[in-house]
Design a protein around this ligand. Structure first.
Ligand SMILES: [Zn+2]
Length: 291
């Protein structure tokens, strides 16, 4: 019942000033933990899959799993391909049932990014699938995305408006200094830029690299009203640290389900914590009203 694209989710979030969390899953447990957290918190939520995860499990099974989990809950659940840089992967996700895709042409020159994004928007919108674009270049390392310090390019607010108009993207990821991966050294964010972007745009704005941010920075970003914030690195850490903890504490015991249960519980705690910080708790609405 709750499987939808990100359109209404992110427009509502922008209007009502809260953030919808997008959490990168790596398997069924993480997926079920994210959906379970949203159910408990009565929050809309976005299941995010990296290209690597998609290629590991294949195109068929992932949307089937998300859809069946979404059917069991009364909160809106969307599913998005994260950082689609490979046109074939993006097209396959569109055809196999993702409700949204992100096309990342941010490493390309402006006009080329527009062309690539526009092509995907046309394909996706025909199937009622929403598209997130990226303008500017977000730093750090995440899976196949690796942007060194000298390649970081913060988003020009006016270009963001032009980019959305010319591509028709439903939402846009912007670079304001957040980074993928863990933060090393001081975190320097350009809040004036974010404020300007929020002032002159009327479509949903997305912030990547929100794991491991100092609490005050996280709060401040949220206060400007982006619609979606991405959490990936912390999920990976909690996932593997939970296994490590289980193995350290139970050296002679080989009970995978116990370890999986620990992963599930710890991911749930992490996600529920973010849902509270994002302010999306109790914001779920009946998707029956719009479909
Ligand atoms: Zn990202």
């Amino acid at each position: 019942m709750g499987y939808i694209n990100t359109r209404d989710m992110l427009i509502r979030a922008r209007k009502e000033k809260y953030v919808v969390g997008a959490f990168n899953i790596v398997d069924y447990s993480t997926m079920a933990a994210v959906v379970g957290s949203a159910k408990e918190k009565k929050s809309p939520v976005i299941i995010q899959t990296s290209q690597k995860t998609v290629l590991q499990f294949g195109y068929k099974i992932l949307p089937l799993m998300v859809k069946s989990l979404a059917q069991e809950v009364e909160v809106p659940v969307a599913m998005i391909l994260d950082h689609g840089t490979d046109i074939e992967v993006i097209k396959n996700c569109i055809n196999y049932g993702w409700s949204s895709v992100m096309v990342d042409g941010s490493s390309k020159p402006f006009e080329e990014n527009i062309r690539m994004t526009r092509t995907i928007v046309e394909l996706a919108h025909e199937k009622n699938i929403t598209v997130e674009g990226e303008l500017g270049h977000i730093g750090g390392v995440e899976e196949h995305i690796n942007v060194s310090e000298d390649k970081v390019l913060l988003t020009d607010p006016h270009k963001a408006v032009e980019f959305q108009k010319r591509t028709g993207v439903d939402s846009l990821a912007v670079a304001i200094g957040t980074k993928h991966g863990l933060y090393k050294g001081e975190v320097v964010l350009d809040f004036e830029r974010l404020e300007r972007i929020m002032e002159i745009t009327d479509f949903p704005i997305i912030i990547h690299g929100c794991s491991d941010l100092p609490e005050a920075d996280l709060k401040k970003i949220i206060s400007y009203g982006p619609s979606k914030m991405n959490i990936s690195t912390e999920i990976k850490h909690v996932y593997l640290d939970s296994f490590k903890k289980y193995l350290n504490e139970n050296e002679m015991e080989y009970e995978p389900i116990k370890a999986i249960k620990l992963v599930f519980d710890n991911i749930k705690n992490l996600v529920k914590g973010y849902i509270d910080k994002f302010g999306s708790s109790q914001k779920a609405w009946s998707t029956l009203l719009i479909h």
